[in-house]
Write a new protein. Sequence first.
Lengths: 472, 504
Amino acid sequence: MKWMLFGPETYIFLVAFFFLILSMWRGPHSEKDHVLALALSGLGVVISLACLGAEGLLFAGAYRLDLFSQVFKVALSFGLFLIVCLCANVEEIKRRYRLEFYFFLFVCTLAMMLLVSAQHLLTILLALELSSYSLYILVTLRRDEDMGLEAGIKYFLTGIFASSIMIFGMALLYGATGAVYLQDLAQVLPEVMGTPAAVIGLLLTFGGFFFKLAVYPFHFWVADTYQGAPDQVTAYIATASKVAVIAVVIKLIAAVDQNSTYLIHVLAVLSIASMTLGNLAAMVQKDMKRLLAYSTIAHSGYVLIGILSGGTAGYASAVFYALALLVMKFTVFLVVVVLSPRGKNLEREELAGLHGRSPLLALALMVSIFSLAGIPPTIGFMGKFYVFMGAMDKGLFVLVLIAMINVVVSLYYYLLIIKAAYLGHSWETPPAVHLPQPMRWLTGALIATMMVAGFYPTPLIRLSEAVARSLM
Amino acid sequence: MPGVEIKGALSMQIEIAGFPYLSAILITCVTGLLVILLLPEERKGEIKWVSAGFSGTTLLLCVYLFFAYDKTRGGLQFVEKVPWVPSLGIQYFNAVDGFSLPNLLLTGIVFFTGVLTMWQLQERVKEFFALYFLMVLGVFGLFVSMDLFFIFVWYDVSLFPMYLLIAVWGTTRKEYAAMKLTLYLFAGSALLLPGMIYLYVHSGLNTFDITALMQPGTFTTAQQKFAFPLFYVGFGILAGVWPFHTWSPVGHAAAPHSVSMVHAGVLMKIGAFGVLRVAIFLCPEGWQYWSGVMAFLAAFGIIYGALAGLRQTDLKYVIGYSSVSHMGIVGLGLSTVSVEGLNGAVFQMFAHGIMTALLFSAVGHIYDRTHTKEIGELGGLSRVMPVASFYFILAALAGMGIPGLACFWGELVVFIAAFKVYPVRTVVALLALVVSALFMLRVVQRTFYGPPNERYAQLSDVSFSSGIPRMILAGVLLLFGLYPALLFDVIETASIPFMNGLPR
């Protein structure tokens, strides 16, 4: 039953291939394609769940399957399914590319699944590039060519720059240690940790991932790319793609973490800078997607706290945070996608009067925004709390304090969103929002998930702990 | 490996004594909230009746608990303990003692009367009562919880509905006030959470259980000295401790009546109660170390609130600043490190809560009729609406500390206790109170006596039915003013054992 080990990947690959063939076969047919993609991605979730227990090594040890990778594969396929749910109306994407749009979505998900399992530096690199290139293309698919192209080119240029830095870093690491497998690296690294080549190599390698994670000095692309990309693609970058990158960063740090205080300090500084910059910049944004972009930068800072805390508790908290981010960010984007006016981005002020137009969406927005802000009893609060516990255990009191101050700062712009949705009166009262029944159920389920997992997080915490233990 | 996950779980088993009354209160709130959410917006009358029904039920439960509490036994009663997140040491742990019972009763009374005060509301009724229930749910939760983690959760649950409650249904500069209040209060939580996790990690017990953490010797003196200010300032912001009080008058003036009632009446008590339950319980040595500073800030708050209240022309601002001043008395009581001080402080929390609720409720009626809170525009109201005026004047007299009303006892006991420890600060604070009492009389005189404003000559007085909430509040003020032992007996069951257990 060795092929079961590679089940989700094989399946997603076949689906992607199927969409490629289909795009050559016939032109796009929005409704049919959407139902098809929905069914196929839904099946993908089922298959990933079925392969949850898979364990083993593949391809000469370059590919490792354990609870860690399999849980993240479920999360990724679930993220893909959620994004496809939003694609009922892909007006923003040029008509003739709509089948390719699904193709690249699936390919990108495949690449991320490879990423969370990869153990060999080159495999990691290849998987990361595959997912990046799919995203570069997805970003440019927007109907408004100027916006999409601008976003795509910025993303692409900074992206390859980051990749080349990362490759350079990996080369240095290889030079210093002679290891390309993560498990070898973990053994050799402590001996050479003092040498400049190893330290610089490590930092440059992380630079590539921090670019994807949108951590402070590598965050330039985020706002413009989020703004210019089609809404669904932005949602995908902000949710599924973030989850995958968090996973791989956890894995890397867990492999090289030798309780080096040096690394912890570097990460702590990056974390503080990301939180502070993200939250301060988000305050002045009017465009919802730009605002969410900066809030993403801030959230990367919070995730880093969990990662740098290390140990089972620290990694478990980062895993928990990643899963929480998937749900809450997606819910915000659901509201953004539904409300976006044709051909333009949603402005914060355009949320005005949402409580009258669609109470359900307004509630979903409120819960997810409070969750992002970290207000109990929501899943986002539990995530922050869990992350802070790990950091405090390391004695990083000041870091936790700064993070909490950031939470309060961020509350300002989050409250402005809620204010717009619950208070604002728009002049030409826009019509009530019509949500199809399945979408209503989805929205309700998301709200319930955020609240229940926030109030009774025990099962999710157990899962995160198990995931983190499988990594150690 | 960090130590968190290795240590065994401490007393992590289900422990429920008899019928879970405390959970019943919380569940009543949640059920009320859900029923309100399920009712359609148009059926305003039913929403109000449902709100009154569920809030009345919680009041009955609170009254029952207050009298069912076994004073001879004391200690924690009605204990409910369920493991919640075992790996993080979180328990669902509810219990009441002599400190929380008066506050619980206060919350029940203000909750119910607040619903009745808002009976005239017509705008977005469903959302209002839903948020109102959510806020009170947090308040109840905080008063009954004995687990640090849940205390933080309930603290935040009681705060965030406040933003919308003020911003949507408020009056004066409501959006500014709502934002200011929310950010201030959450800034407090930015100190609380690190403080709580700090204590959790340094206790090494892997539990957030307050009864376990408060055992002497759990924390070193240095840790207590370090953690105490975090909790004192964190909760103190909500308690209106000077100089973190500036949100309070602005917020109270802007909020709708019943929210002002709950906010000044109960939410500020959460702050003081948090200082008592968390800061003082867990860091008693820090408490003794910082008590001088506490007394100074409290005395300054009393003086500042009293003097700033003099210059206000808006009735609600007057009450807002008097709240700062009265909460200073609570702070002064807490800072004395004595049984009498604690007794007085908790009594004052209760009395001030009822008194402010009555004041805001009375102002609410006046504002609904006249649409102004400006003292200069009002005048001679006692001839137009004698009953409404009576309630306001009664509460104002209570605030001045007239014997026979509940506040008298709280203030008296606190000042006696404080005089022994901090004579100078107490005398200055007392003088400030006397001055402010004079000016409160002037407010009363200008608003309710003197030449009546013709514009308001035709306005109706409080009808019997809409006067019910004020009658209840006034009755409670009188009851505990005439028979204070009813409350002091309960408080002493907690304060005496607590002070005896303190390391000296």
